[in-house]
Design a protein around this ligand. Structure first.
Ligand code: SF4
Ligand code: SF4
Ligand code: FES
Length: 243
């Protein structure tokens, strides 16, 4: 198994500090060491004041979002040696207030996201020939979004317009409109059809690249635009009209 001493350049910030700084640490990594585990090793062995957030260690809980060598990543699934750099730069997600070191305040994210009211479970896709277990009418599974905020961190519009609803929220709105499950869709369509809604996106798809969970928020925003355009034309020409 390969082993290598890797230097970590970690952004540090504590409340009251005028600006973030960087601190370097060295730690031994092997083929299986993830960025999250390396940071935990540093915290345990070198600096107990390093603050980071995590839970599941397997890309499910969405709590370990960070920027690794300038890219939005879940730290728990990025293998350090796979990065191929002798120095690994680790920073908190962008476009959210920093609480401490690598931990950002997720409240602005949840304020927007929860306003959509998307149910957490959806009907699961499964093969037509698959047997349903006795007593079940359908299989269900969780929605794809793990609420990690990485798309928000990667979105350049979020950095310049704090009122923008943002990729995760717009993608969640699109899921409700696609499959309402009892949630009213007209208010949602009105909400996203606004100055800070889906028309604000500049369609460069940084959010699709950042998302670790197959939500493809940029594609969902384009689908919303199509929904709104159809609605507008239906309004102009009536339900049976052209367009
Ligand atoms: S495609 Fe739109 S939502 Fe996605 S990152 Fe770009 S501006 Fe943000
Ligand atoms: S849309 Fe993707 S990147 Fe954005 S919060 Fe959900 S899982 Fe994370
Ligand atoms: S620790 Fe749960 S997604 Fe990384």
């Amino acid at each position: 198994m390969a082993e290598q001493i890797i230097e970590f350049k970690v952004q540090r910030y504590k409340q009251g500090q005028p600006a973030p700084t960087y601190q370097t640490f060295k730690t031994l990594c092997d083929d299986n060491t993830t960025v999250l585990v390396a940071l935990q090793d540093i915290r345990r062995d070198q600096d107990g004041s390093l603050v980071l957030r995590h839970s599941c260690h397997h890309a499910s809980c969405g709590t370990c979002g960070m920027r690794v060598n300038g890219k939005e990543e879940l730290g728990c699934v990025v293998k350090v040696l796979d990065l191929g750099t002798s120095t690994v730069t680790v920073e908190p997600m962008r476009n959210m207030p920093i609480i401490s070191d690598l931990v950002v305040n997720m409240e602005p994210f949840y304020d927007r996201y929860n306003a959509v009211g998307m149910p957490y479970v959806r009907q699961s896709e499964y093969l037509d020939e698959a047997d349903l277990a006795e007593g079940l009418e359908a299989y269900q599974r969780y929605e794809n979004c793990i609420e990690c905020n990485l798309c928000v961190s990667g979105c350049p519009i979020m950095g310049s317009d704090e009122l923008y609803l943002g990729p995760a929220t717009l993608a969640a709105a699109r899921r409700v409109i696609e499959e309402p499950r009892g949630v009213p869709t007209k208010p949602l369509l009105d909400w996203v059809d606004s100055e800070n809604g889906c028309w604000r996106c500049h369609v460069a798809y940084e959010c699709n690249t950042a998302c670790p969970s197959e939500v493809y928020p940029g594609d969902q925003i384009m689908a919303l635009r199509r929904d709104l355009t159809k609605r507008k034309f239906r309004g102009l020409f009536g339900r049976g009209g052209k367009g």
